[in-house]
Design a protein. Structure first.
Lengths: 244, 244
């Protein structure tokens, strides 16, 4: 069996997220599996580096799949580009070692969250930002974000707490900066749980609005969901990069 | 009667263009007039600086309208922003002199055309670019564009030639540059006829593909439509600025 890696981007607006759902065609994984199965003439299952929620975008999602077909990778790439809708794009398709697994081998992921921080119109960016015109104190948010760096129990920052799995994760870096009318949050870590990035941003935003003290962050580690900030909407979130 | 100026942007994807059409709601002018008439409680007619075709975008469309209402301009602005759909934005609404007319007083307009010049995916830009992955010779296109500067009979560059009106227009500047995966064309002139920018780009692109000699441009002035290049699709075009 060959093992192929796909580097994928998508505008998640009209999808119910990455993960294939039984009987529902409108997932990114479902669209790619259907296209590949037709192109290669055999049933294909694609493993993504992880799920993204409904409405969340990706610039650098990574997946792999096994197949018997001998079709060259470049031919698969060009056929995939022809078959897939305009809101799913393939950066690259290439042969990888048999042991490569997009989810299990992922070492780090970077997610970006974009807030449109202006009263002005965001006509051209509206599918990729969350609108919040209130003044945000970036210094305060940066101070709070510094507490996130390192290995912490992020149980307060996930919507579905597993009773069996650990909620300890390592965050390598958080960057917050302005880009035009947008305030951009970049999170790089060894993995994020369900809704974690959106709740982290919701918590930082409360700091930015002076509704929460930046130095209160460490007191949230290992705590209950209710103590952290609000869940931010999906459309501002984008999976930027997966590192192996 | 008060005279108010609107600075408008829109994602033209789902509209039949700027100009209100009888019995059709899906024009930008129609949407704005309906919103203003409701907000001000009186029938309002809006004059734009000029039409844009179906699918064409605007970053800096300008319009003006007269009204009796005494509602402050800032209040009209904030209500308009509330009423209008997310693909129409208002940068500004302000009181102007009685004699200001968005179309008649326009001194210069700048249009931008964007080509996605890559095999790679344009998932996040696809509504605002025309995809053309073929190699384009920018030097050749710039040489051709230099011939366009000045006052010329652009009859070959319009789809509907008027028998009575002059087709002489002045082009002040043409700039062509790469921005990421895109090739961007900026045209600044005292006015453009129906489809003119899209046909100018179609002609320059033929030069960029080495299908047309750059020095052949002057021979097209005053000529028939058939001699110029193809009409480019609307979604790459954006009205950037109107100067008064």
């Amino acid at each position: 069996m060959r093992n192929l890696r796909l580097d994928i981007c998508y505008d998640g607006t009209r999808y119910r997220g990455w993960q294939r759902l039984p009987g529902q065609a409108d997932t990114v994984q479902g669209k790619i599996e259907t296209a590949l199965s037709r192109i290669l003439g055999e049933p294909v299952e694609v493993s993504g580096s992880g799920r993204t929620d409904a409405g969340v975008h990706a610039m650098g999602q990574v997946a792999n799949f096994h197949c018997h077909s001998t079709m060259p990778a470049e031919e698969i790439l060009s056929q995939l580009r022809r078959y897939l809708p305009g809101d799913i794009g393939i950066h690259d398709c290439r042969e990888v070692a048999e042991r490569f697994h997009a989810r299990l081998n992922a070492k780090a992921k970077t997610y970006r969250y974009r807030i449109w921080n202006s009263e002005g119109p965001c006509v051209f960016r509206r599918r990729f930002v969350t609108v919040m015109p209130e003044k945000l104190d970036l210094k305060a948010m940066e101070r709070a974000a510094a507490h996130l760096i390192g290995e912490h129990d992020l149980s307060a920052f996930t919507s579905v707490k597993s009773k069996t799995k650990s909620s300890v994760r390592k965050i390598y870096d958080v960057r917050i900066f302005r880009e035009g009318e947008e305030v951009v949050f970049d999170f790089r870590g060894n993995g994020f749980m369900y809704n974690t990035v959106r709740i982290l941003v919701g918590t930082l935003v409360e700091v930015g609005l002076h509704q929460r003290d930046p130095d209160q962050i460490p007191a949230l580690f290992g705590q209950k969901r209710e103590l952290a900030g609000a869940l931010m909407p999906p459309q501002g979130l984008c999976l930027m990069e997966v590192e192996y």
